[in-house]
Design a protein around this ligand. Structure first.
Ligand code: FA5
Ligand code: MG
Length: 415
């Protein structure tokens, strides 16, 4: 879990994430609220819609790519910490020093060296260095952005990489292929200079076919999609895949042929490969008809219960939790004279006896009797059940219980 703490010896704040302390500097801009998201790992919580959706993508990669003995060749990484270096998030991916995404206004920094990953691509280079060819990373990513129905400062991505051996290229192509161009300066809109036209075409087509197959596996054969040319510092050529949902085009993912320099720096300079990054919420929202990205953070059982016992095809239509009516009851009493009384004691008591039914409790009126000097408080308690309409009788029962215990435990006298 992450916390913010003041270090007395340093002028600046330090930030603690997962028990590790990061000394703050002029870059530090994470807030306690943002840090509180770290470690939630909704994508790893059984039954959470992001977990269910993630499993669909994993199933696709396991099914679609198998080795000679029938075993899946993609490996999955979903527990990598979101704390990365700026080198991992930017430099290793050839992001220019003056790229706007490096600004404090766009990303969350622990300090000038460490940040919360802004995309799962941040781990690409390290994993390739470890010798991996085929993998998908799932994780939470952090971006300073406005909040609305489709944007939230924390969301989840899946990032995939497929690197080809010369042998694999040959299997796809049918005959021997030169990966590299004889004229290494022959770069254009369609390809990087180093790669041959054939190798570039095979990999680009393979990338597009794979991602279309993935989208069709998830959304069904009828899904309407289109490709758009894009720019990323870490791929060339680069594309975006959009899908049509209810007549609206949604940007599902970005992808492209990995820049050769990245592979070379990671010790795979004799290869060619593709990469993509997609937003889990972006696709899970149309898939489950979830209208607001904030719902993915809901702990409301009225939300999460809907994802239990799904039909065999895993498809279901989310039904908005109706807002059940509030029931408002006031309580007025004289404070005890013989012992001290404080409002927080009463709030706690209301919580203890009203439990989940209490949405709000607050002091709405107080009054001192001019002759006796007795003090009276009036509190308003708002009751609301998360999944049903409460009857006045049910509310009265709880309210009476609160009155009784306030009298007995706190020594107040009901008016
Ligand atoms: C990237 O993050 C690249 N790293 C993707 C990539 C990986 C390209 C590998 C090439 C190779 P982008 O910022 O467009 O790109 O985000 C990728 C996807 O994340 C988007 O297509 C979208 O599905 C999702 N996404 C982006 N911003 C948000 C947001 N604020 N809220 C929810 N989903 C988002
Ligand atoms: Mg994009």
């Amino acid at each position: 879990k992450a916390t913010y703490s003041n270090i007395s010896c340093a002028a600046s704040k330090s930030v603690v994430v997962d028990g590790k302390s990061y000394i703050g500097d002029e870059y530090t801009n994470v807030t306690p609220k943002i840090l509180s998201f770290i470690g939630n790992n909704n994508h790893n919580c059984k039954g959470h819609p992001l977990n269910l959706f993630k499993q669909r993508l994993i199933d696709f990669f396991y099914d679609h790519f198998r080795g000679r003995t029938g075993n899946p060749i993609f490996s999955i990484y979903d527990k990598i910490s979101p704390v990365v270096t700026t080198n991992e998030n930017f430099d290793s991916l050839l992001v220019p020093k003056d790229h706007p995404s490096r600004n404090k206004t766009d990303s969350y920094y622990l300090n000038k060296t460490y940040m919360l990953r802004a995309h799962c691509t941040a781990h690409q280079s390290e994993l390739i260095k470890m010798g991996l060819d085929n993998f998908v990373i799932f994780g939470d990513v952090y971006r300073r952005d406005e909040i609305d129905a489709t944007h939230y400062p924390v969301f989840h991505q899946a990032d995939g990489v497929h690197i080809f051996t010369p042998n694999e290229l040959e299997l796809i192509y049918g005959s021997n292929v030169n990966i590299f161009d004889n004229d290494q300066n022959n770069s254009n809109n369609e390809k990087q200079g180093v790669y041959s036209i054939e190798a570039n075409d095979i990999v680009t087509n393979h990338l597009k076919e794979t991602l279309v197959a993935m989208i069709k596996k998830v959304f069904g054969e009828e899904i309407e999609y289109r490709w758009i040319s894009e720019y990323f510092p870490f791929t060339h050529p680069s594309f975006e895949l959009e899908i049509n949902y209810n007549g609206q085009w949604i940007e599902a993912l970005g992808c492209g042929v990995i820049r050769h320099e990245i592979l070379k720096n990671a010790g795979a300079g004799n290869r060619i490969g593709w990469a993509f990054g997609l937003g889990l919420e972006r696709l899970a929202m149309p898939f489950y008809s979830i209208p607001d990205i904030r719902l993915f953070w809901s702990k409301d059982s009225g939300f999460l219960n809907q994802f239990q016992n799904l039909p065999k095809d895993g498809r279901m239509k989310y039904k908005p939790i109706s807002i059940y009516p509030q029931c408002i009851n006031d309580i007025s009493f004289w404070l005890p004279k013989e012992k001290p009384f404080c409002s927080n004691d009463f709030y706690e008591l209301v919580g203890n006896y009203g439990g989940q039914l209490v949405e709000q409790v607050k002091l709405v009126d107080q009054f001192t009797h001019p002759k006796t000097g007795n003090v009276s408080h009036c509190y308003r308690i708002v009751y609301r059940h998360l999944e049903k309409t409460l009857s006045q009788a049910e509310v009265n029962e709880v309210h009476k219980l609160i009155e009784k215990n306030a009298t007995q435990i706190l020594g107040v006298k009901l008016r």
